[in-house]
Design a protein around this ligand. Structure first.
Ligand code: 2PG
Ligand code: MG
Length: 414
């Protein structure tokens, strides 16, 4: 596959910030087009989105990169991504930035898949992917994704544990989202209908009242629809963490929890609300704290590492050795290309970790993440509930299931 042309334009994330849309064309005329999303609660070790000098510097690099890449031939995704990584030369895309690298990597994948005449997930999985994940959506949120008064836990999430079609699962998430909105009108006198960066409701209730409200919504919708739904949280604990005092600051209660109290608080919430999915319960460097939670609760809940692993093979390896988690968040822009992303998936899978492919809080309107989730063999697809930039990805999954046939849903047994 020979690269015929590389073009770009400025696109926008759902927060209204600029990102770069990359268009890559192959000699055959097949094209791919993608713009990277952006996180707000980013792990410290993520690939930097932009080089020093920001967007302007990235655009200058793209002009130089175009000269280098046009006319080159590649036989595989890996060959393209290794070339990208060598062109960057820093090991973590800090010279060209992950917005450029991931944009090029995904645009190449889409173009190559088209040239091959297969959907992108089959190109990425070399024809092996046969299942699709369960949808996991944020219905009530706070932390870095909300402004003003809101809960301290970043996300309260919901997912179905067994579905007969992706649409059945996604429709159930929409019903829970609506139900949560109705219950907020009854229980939060200050509720204005406000939603945050990921389309989750925001509220002035306490974290525990919010959890109990979502739990009620889950119970009601489960029995109305006959779909078994479970509750999850992303504590995004690194964003609560204060390094100077080794403690966690809960703004609403104006209270610091020391490390041990934080671990106990997470365990208490798991028990009290029957939580089946807990992401980042402690800060990103506390492997030992993660291990305690995984040992105590890992048989009844997924203990999921996001900021601690940053989709990075060596961080994941450490986590497997320490039994720090039983699941991993995979975000392609944390490492900056699809080969590194799938290497992280492979490493995690070998260590027995479940795979959760995730959106970012500032998303773009591209559907490709759905293909990456299927190619990764994910059990869960964390992608919000409402908002066009999220729906486009859920819809892609539904279309792939409905139009292609033969894909089977994952099941969750905990
Ligand atoms: C997270 C993500 C997505 P952000 O913490 O898991 O929900 O947020 O993209 O802001 O890192
Ligand atoms: Mg997270």
């Amino acid at each position: 596959m020979r690269v015929k042309d590389l073009k770009w334009t400025i696109n926008y994330t759902s927060r209204g910030n600029p990102t770069i849309e990359i268009v890559l064309e192959l000699d055959s005329g097949a094209t791919g087009r993608f713009a990277s999303p952006a996180g707000a609660s980013r792990g410290r070790l993520e690939a930097p989105p932009y080089p020093e000098g920001g967007l302007t510097a990235a655009l200058k690099i793209l002009r130089e990169f175009r000269e280098d890449v046009v006319g080159r031939e590649f036989e595989s995704q890996k060959e393209f991504d290794v070339y990208l990584s060598e062109y960057d030369g820093t090991g973590n895309y800090s010279r060209i930035g992950s917005v450029v690298s991931l944009g090029c990597s995904v645009a190449f994948a889409e173009a190559a898949a088209k040239e091959d005449g297969v959907p992108m997930f089959l190109w990425l999985s070399k024809g092996t992917a046969s299942g699709y994940p369960l949808p996991l959506g944020n219905v009530l949120g706070g932390g870095k994704h909300s402004r003003g008064r809101s809960i301290d836990i970043q996300e309260i999430l919901v997912f179905p544990s067994r579905i007969s079609s992706y649409r059945e699962g996604y429709d159930a998430l929409i019903e829970v989202h609506k139900k949560v909105g109705k219950l907020l009108i009854q229980r939060d006198p200050g509720f204005t209908g406000g939603k945050n960066d990921e389309g989750a409701w925001t509220t002035n209730l306490s974290d525990e009242d919010a959890l109990s409200l979502v739990s009620d919504a889950v119970d009601q919708v489960s029995s109305e629809l006959g779909v078994k739904l479970a509750l999850g949280i992303d504590a995004a604990a690194s964003t609560l963490y204060d390094e100077a005092t080794n403690s966690y600051f809960y703004r609403r209660r104006n209270r610091y929890l020391d490390r041990e109290q934080q671990i106990n608080y997470m365990l208490e919430l798991i028990d009290k609300f029957g939580i089946k999915y807990v992401e980042d319960p402690v800060e990103e460097n506390d492997y030992a704290g993660f291990s305690i939670i995984n040992r105590e609760a890992g048989r009844r809940s997924l203990i999921v590492g996001d900021d601690i692993f940053v989709t990075n093979v060596s961080r994941i390896k450490l986590g497997i050795e320490d039994k720090a988690a039983n699941a991993v968040i995979i975000k392609p822009n944390q490492v900056g290309d699809l080969t590194k992303t799938l290497d992280a998936v492979m490493e995690a899978g070998l260590g027995g970790l479940k795979i959760v492919v995730s959106h970012r809080s500032g998303e773009t309107v591209f559907p490709h993440l759905a293909h990456i989730a299927i190619a990764a063999g994910a059990i869960l697809f964390k992608c919000g509930v409402v908002g066009g930039e999220r729906i486009v990805k859920h819809m892609e999954l539904m279309r792939l299931e409905e139009e292609l046939g033969g894909l089977k849903p994952a099941t969750f047994n905990l």
